[in-house]
Write a protein of this length. Sequence first.
Length: 242
Amino acid sequence: MAGHSKWSNIKHRKGAQDKKRGKLFMKLAKDLYVAAKEGGGDPETNPQLRLTIDKAKANNVPNENIERAINKATGNLDGANYEELTYEGYGPGGVAVMAEVLTDNKNRTASEVRHAFNKNGGNLGENGCVSFMFDRKGYIVINRTEENIEEEELMLEAIEAGADEMETYEEAFEIYTDPENFQDVRKALEESGYTLDNAEVTYFPQTKSKLEGEEAEQMEKLIDMLEELEDVQEVYHNLDEQ
């Protein structure tokens, strides 16, 4: 996987996306809700919840907000029932776009997502219209600037635990796994003492589409508008941003 580090692109976009503190808190609260709903409210037995709690604390989310989101998910508090959905469509120039949402109001969210596509030269499609263009993979990032990490040793440990490949960049090691092996690889690396900057199962485009001029500008606006929506958790696309 040649080219720029995905983590560099993520950090750049996340910085712009999460500049509004309140909106960031809401997104992280929903992440906590989903993690606790799927794996239980105990971070000792739920690695995804533990990782999400660490992320929330790193972004100065108050402990009471964290506890409230977990309690809602585990039924200890009354609250909204969130539903996970994925919207698929095409941006300008036929660029494939998927938006993962977490919502307590499907009609509102569908209307907002459709408006973002229509306003920026795209169109919302049916489920499955673009998802076949993406591969779902486990993705783990280890910062190589904070610790003295031996590249070959890390690679051997990751592969032995079930990883498919590892890419080395100036600022980070990026490890890719089959989704079924993701938890085993993450657990093995954590138990070996590595600090994971990021660990998730996510989507990677099989091919990328290059746009220029007005279409490129419209596509960037579509991505930004989708990411600004409160219910949208992640946006995936196959735009070539290099």
